[in-house]
Design a protein around this ligand. Structure first.
Ligand SMILES: NCc1[nH]cc(CCC(=O)O)c1CC(=O)O
Length: 324
């Protein structure tokens, strides 16, 4: 893998003296910020690494489906303002929540090693989706998860589920749902792995682009940050998520359509599985790709080929026109 990916200038900059991480205040976001804080502290023992906690619009609007309130950007905007104002140097996000096209002036500077990227089945009374009786209520706000569930289990009732992880678990435990589907990564990070009754296989439960990975966003103009963060980049993860994000970007990158893209390594070959579907699961375009990937360009070319395959199958007809 290319060395040039690891350093923007090739020269070693002075070590940082102080770094501020902007983070949402949910328990998962704080775990992620503390994880990054520990990594930076280990890398730069003389550096004072602080966390600036913030509440975002996405955390405040909890009564509507995510796809209806303006999408993923809602979780990152306030953090970007903190970077612009110089109150923070970096923002850590679940990569899944980072828009496919970065706003002008901001870069996705670093992608850290990926956690388990699978979706997980969580229930107090049932061991698997297959065990759920007719009419059972399954909570998820992801259109991607909803489309697969509707296609495979038309007898289940899929209902929206918003809020942070603890809120969602609380709703399950109060009996509002018989089961809920969540990203395994978040549950594991918060020590809730024991609540997982079943891990859903990538086929057909293909994760969202970037699921399970952490992305670090910085100002493009920050003088040293790319070099400082370079050691935290995980190349296998960076290449995999770059292919996934390319598929998503080509298809409009919104969360208003069920869209899945997930890449895994088989030796030096990256294999990617992706679908675009209707929310009722009745229409689906599926595409797979596999190839030797040794650079960002290779990864993006693989993602592009998969996106073109989906579009050739008529995926565009499943994507609502973006109203902004
Ligand atoms: N859309 C919200 C979101 N963003 C990241 C995660 C989980 C952690 C991850 O995928 O990195 C979740 C919760 C979920 O999908 O259950």
């Amino acid at each position: 893998m290319s060395q040039s990916l690891n350093s923007s200038s090739g020269t070693t900059p002075v070590a940082p003296k102080r770094l501020v991480i902007a983070s949402r205040e949910s328990r998962l976001a704080m775990w992620q910020a503390q994880h990054l804080q520990a990594c930076l502290q280990k890398l730069y023992p003389g550096c004072d690494v602080q966390i600036l906690g913030m509440t975002t619009r996405g955390d405040q609007i909890l009564d509507k489906a995510l796809s209806k309130v303006g999408g993923k950007g809602l979780f990152v905007k306030e953090l970007e303002t903190a970077l612009e104002d110089g109150r923070a140097d970096l923002a850590v996000h679940s990569l899944k929540d980072v828009p496919m096209v970065m706003p002008d002036g901001f870069d996705l500077t670093c992608v850290m090693a990926r956690e388990d990227a699978r979706d997980a089945f969580v229930s107090n009374d049932y061991a698997s989706l297959e065990d759920l009786p007719k009419g059972a209520i399954v909570g998820t706000s992801s259109l991607r998860r909803e489309s697969v569930l509707r296609a495979r289990f038309p007898h289940l009732v899929i209902e929206p589920l918003r809020g942070n992880l603890d809120t969602r678990m609380g709703k399950l435990d109060r009996g509002e749902y018989q089961a809920i589907i969540l990203a395994a990564a978040g549950l594991k990070r918060l020590g809730l792995e024991s609540r997982i009754r079943a891990f859903l296989p990538y086929d057909p439960y293909t994760p969202a682009a970037g699921q399970g990975a952490l992305g670090i966003e910085t100002l493009s103009a920050h003088p040293h940050i790319k070099d400082w963060l370079a050691p935290l980049n995980d190349m296998p993860t960076l290449l995999a998520v770059s292919a996934e994000r390319m598929v998503s970007r080509q298809l409009g990158g919104s969360c208003e359509v069920p869209l899945a893209a997930h890449a895994t390594w088989d030796q030096n070959q990256l294999q990617i599985r992706s679908f675009v579907a209707s929310t009722d699961g009745k229409a689906i375009c599926l595409a797979n790709g596999k190839g030797v990937v040794q650079s960002l360009a290779d990864a993006e070319a693989l993602g592009l080929a998969v996106a073109q395959d989906l579009l050739a199958q008529g995926a565009a007809d499943l994507i609502p026109k973006i109203t902004k």
